[in-house]
Ligand binder design. Structure first.
Ligand code: ADP
Length: 325
């Protein structure tokens, strides 16, 4: 067992929207810390637990078998107090009181803002991107995305069976907040007629044209994927019915996309990122976010990372259009 440089105890919390793979992050952080002789405290319910002292000691054995479970054993929460100066001060004071030499925060960009605030108050923090939306601009990948895609395509494949039988149009709303990454990958995987994305203007007339062309070529059902950032799937369905007379039914997949046992990609990514976070804390890092760039795990300053730009994969978007009829 190697000894961590000046680091004796760290904390780990999960915050914001949950994502499959968060448990694998917790396991990797706890086990890596343990390997280097560092104690680990689990902070429950995100920043609320930090402010209210809701903590649990985590040893190697307490994280046995959790990688295969969805959700997060530490719970997650949205904590309004953290948005106030007093709340942030209290959180930092509690970190000092608990003797934390570092804190790993797994969540989305809001959670990283909290980590940035704590770093400024003298608590070395490292963020790990955990969200099904893949919307962290500085990272090519966020933990939970692959599992969410697979959950969505399982559900949509089933929908397709019934839509095909009735020769209907199915309009499916998938999650993603303001980003269309989930919708684009899912849309390609299920062979959607059209994918409506917040990053691209809605090409409604083109979509209707494609549906008509499909009908002429013998396609008797249609699958339209709507990213939640575009608006309500019901509005899209109403417009399709009005324009074509085709029976259009809506399914909103909702929170089901956040659940389930993480895929191999999410478990491996979570383990790599959790390990990396502890290693850089040991090297004295603070105010950093762990990312995947060109298939390598690396890290950025949180401010720099959150102000980067990330667009949809345009190539993928063009592919989706080319193969849709
Ligand atoms: P996500 O991390 O998934 O983006 P939120 O945006 O809801 O989710 O953020 C999660 C939590 O992070 C918030 O409930 C709050 O406690 C904390 N947080 C968000 N923004 C800030 C901020 N600007 N300063 C400090 N803490 C923040």
């Amino acid at each position: 067992m190697e000894q961590g440089k000046n680091i004796k105890r760290i904390g780990i919390l999960t915050s914001g929207g949950d994502a499959p793979g968060m448990n694998a992050v917790i396991r990797a952080v706890v086990r890596t810390a343990s390997n280097y002789g560092i104690a680990c405290l689990g902070i429950r319910r995100g920043y609320s637990g930090l402010i209210n002292g809701d903590i649990v000691e985590l040893g190697s054995r307490s994280v046995d078998g959790i990688s295969r479970k969805g959700g997060t054993m530490l719970y997650t929460a949205r904590c309004m107090e953290m948005l106030t100066e007093e709340g942030r001060q209290k959180a930092a004071e509690n970190c000092h009181y608990m003797g934390l030499d570092g804190l790993v925060v797994c969540g989305g960009d809001g959670s990283f803002r909290g980590a940035q605030a704590l770093s400024r108050l003298g608590v070395p923090c490292v963020g790990i991107p955990g969200t099904i939306d893949n919307d962290i601009v500085c990272s090519d990948y966020t933990i939970g995305f692959d599992t969410a895609c697979n959950t969505a395509i399982d559900a949509i494949d089933k929908l397709r069976d019934t839509m095909q039988s009735h020769e209907r149009c199915s309009v499916v709303e998938v999650m993603g907040r303001r980003a269309g990454h989930l919708a684009l990958d899912v849309g390609i995987a299920v062979g959607a007629t059209a994918i409506l994305l917040p990053e691209r203007d809605m090409e409604f007339d083109q979509m209707i044209e494609r549906m008509r062309a499909g009908r002429i070529r013998g396609r008797n059902h249609h699958l339209i994927i709507v990213a939640e950032g575009v608006g309500h799937a019901q509005d899209v369905a109403d417009r399709i019915e009005a324009a074509t007379g085709i029976d259009a039914r809506v399914t909103v997949l909702g929170h089901i996309q956040r659940g389930g046992s993480p895929t191999v990609r999410d478990r491996v990514m979570a383990t790599r990122m959790g390990y990396y976070a502890v290693k850089i804390l040991m090297e004295g890092a603070s105010n950093r976010v762990v990312v995947l760039k060109d298939n390598e795990i690396t890290d950025f300053d949180i401010e720099e990372g959150l102000t980067m730009q990330k667009d949809l994969n345009e190539c993928l978007f063009q592919v989706s259009k080319a193969v849709s009829i």
